[in-house]
Design a binder for this molecule. Structure first.
Ligand code: SAM
Length: 221
């Protein structure tokens, strides 16, 4: 059996009781980064435990062996933060397990996109999650245009290094849109920055440095 276990996106308190029980009970853990995940497993009392790696660079080599093993033993898939498979490794393993009739059980929990959306103040009735956008202006605008056409709030993940460039594309194409940057969610310096794309560019430029994990939301209404 394969358990898809969500882990915290910053605050170690954001792990469910069921996630802890499942991590303790499973035969082995499948982690994006075993070294990084050891800290979490120790924190929840699920250490020592065998941890095998399933990351972007090796998923194709290990997916079939892992699936064969999951037919006989229970394993928990975790990533560095949040919900596996959401802009993180997971999909290919789940697809193979579906193909091979391995039972899959989600253990829901933290996810940056949903945490950002529910506190953004932007419409939550319809949203389009775009993952990490492709880097050119044309591809950024085309992805956002599809959310605008669907009358959905757009949500995407962005790095602090690229945020000003991305906001400049948004400002040119959608100057009247409402943007929210959810930064460092669940951590000590959690912050929501709200305004038009240009307002946000000004606010970010006033900071001594632009850093931290960011989720960006846009309403076109
Ligand atoms: N699987 C994760 C999830 O469920 O949210 C997302 C993993 S993706 C590789 C990492 C990106 O998610 C970061 O670059 C950032 O854009 C966003 N993110 C993760 N943690 C965050 C946080 N605490 N605050 C804001 N955004 C976050």
């Amino acid at each position: 059996m394969l358990y898809i276990v969500a882990t915290p996106i910053g605050n170690m308190g954001d792990i469910t009781l069921r996630a802890i029980e499942t991590l303790k009970a499973c035969a082995f853990v499948i982690a994006e980064n075993p070294h990084y995940s050891k800290r979490l497993l120790e924190h929840v009392g699920a250490w020592p435990k065998e941890v095998v790696q399933f990351a972007e660079f090796n998923e194709q080599q290990v997916v079939k062996d892992l699936t064969r093993r999951l037919k006989k033993e229970d394993g928990c898939l975790i990533t560095d933060a949040g919900t596996p498979g959401i802009s993180d490794p997971g999909f290919r393993l789940v697809r193979e397990c579906v193909k091979e009739n391995v039972q899959i059980v989600p253990i829901p929990g933290a996810n940056a996109a949903i945490a950002a959306l529910c506190a953004s103040g932007l419409p939550t009735d319809k949203f389009m999650f775009l993952g990490f956008l492709q880097k050119t202006a044309a591809k950024t605008v085309s992805a956002l245009q599809s959310a605008s056409d669907a009358e959905a709030t757009a949500i995407f993940y962005e790095s602090p290094e690229r945020i000003l460039k991305t906001l400049s594309y948004i400002s040119n194409a959608f100057p009247a849109s409402q943007v929210v940057i959810a930064r460092e969610l669940t951590k000590m310096h959690e912050e929501f920055i709200r305004g038009t794309p240009l307002d946000i560019i000004h606010q970010l430029k006033q900071k001594p440095s632009i850093k931290g994990e960011m989720t960006v939301l846009i309403s076109f209404k």
